[in-house]
Design a protein around this ligand. Structure first.
Ligand SMILES: Cc1cc2nc3c(=O)[nH]c(=O)nc-3n(C[C@H](O)[C@H](O)[C@H](O)COP(=O)(O)OP(=O)(O)OC[C@H]3O[C@@H](n4cnc5c(N)ncnc54)[C@H](O)[C@@H]3O)c2cc1C
Length: 259
């Protein structure tokens, strides 16, 4: 402890400045953590750049996954309100219709399920669709559509720029390119002590948060973890991470325990 009530916060590296890494870095910086955000390319140029960034919990099952996504939607609303309505937050809503009677029955069932969850979802007629989106011409046989007013999307370029700027304002350090490309992790006593970059610098850290997207397996390998983290195809039902492959944050502050 540095003072009576002020706990000493561990120096932290966040690897990867996609949407996940910039959010984590911002929250850590806001909490007063000395955080270094490392990005091998430019912030937001991984999966985040290709994303549709559709904010929804529309067809997400099981229920816990729906709830997680719906909570995320509300957090984006809160964050954007706190920032005074930034251009990257687009709460446009979503209209969906079905092309066949069988699909229409599924859509109606989905709307009812979502309404039962307390999720904003309604069936609306063609006139209301035209009012919401005059440029949309529904197929002539469609007289009812689903309306999800709570949905929207994010414009990820300005989003990432804004959140990085905020994190830096709050004391985070951003390193990009060779300066930010992590090439090895120095591990001692089952803890990461430093991250080494392609520019040859060793940055001392007590905690590493790996937000490297599809590169996570490479980073985990650098840590000397006992078994690899596989990339699991997204469509594989019930896929689970293998036991012990993922680093665990222990009760010991700052400790990153490697399995
Ligand atoms: C086509 C497409 C459409 C999508 N549509 C949606 C959607 O509608 N809604 C939705 O919620 N999600 C959607 N997604 C998923 C969403 O985009 C991703 O879940 C999200 O962007 C992942 O963010 P991330 O920060 O985890 O990863 P990334 O954005 O991939 O960030 C990882 C970062 O780590 C960096 N990195 C890797 N290795 C190192 C290293 N050694 N040193 C330093 N930096 C490193 C990379 O350069 C990269 O910038 C979509 C994805 C795609 C591809």
């Amino acid at each position: 402890m540095s003072g009576e009530d002020t706990p000493e916060l561990p120096a932290c590296a966040v690897i990867g400045a996609g949407v996940l890494g910039v959010c984590v870095a911002l929250r850590l910086a806001e909490a007063g953590v000395a955080v270094t955000l490392l990005e091998q390319d430019r912030p937001g140029h991984g999966a985040t750049r290709s994303s549709l960034a559709w904010l929804n919990a529309n067809d997400k099952l099981p229920r816990a996954y729906h709830d997680l996504n719906y909570t995320g939607m509300r957090r984006w609303t809160e964050l954007s309100a706190g920032l005074g309505g930034p251009v990257w937050y687009r709460p446009a809503g979503n209209i969906e219709w079905a092309a066949s009677p069988a699909e229409q029955a599924q859509l109606i069932a989905r709307v009812h399920r979502l309404t039962g969850y307390g999720y904003p979802a309604h069936l609306i007629g063609a006139a209301e669709v035209a009012e919401l989106e005059p440029a949309l011409k529904l197929p002539s046989l469609v007289d009812e559509a689903a309306w999800f007013p709570g949905e929207g999307y994010l414009n990820t370029g300005p989003l990432v720029s804004d959140l990085v700027a905020l994190a830096v304002q709050r004391g985070a350090t951003l390193l990009t390119g060779e300066q930010g490309r992590v090439v090895s992790l120095e591990v001692a006593g089952n803890r990461v002590r430093a991250v080494r970059t392609a520019a040859g610098h060793a940055i001392p850290v007590e905690v590493v948060v790996c937000c490297a997207g599809r590169w996570v397996p490479e980073l985990v390998e650098m840590s000397g973890a006992a078994c690899p983290v596989p990339l699991v195809p997204w469509a594989t039902p019930g896929a689970v991470a293998p036991d012990g492959a993922v680093a665990a944050y222990s009760a010991n502050p700052g400790a990153l325990t490697l399995a």
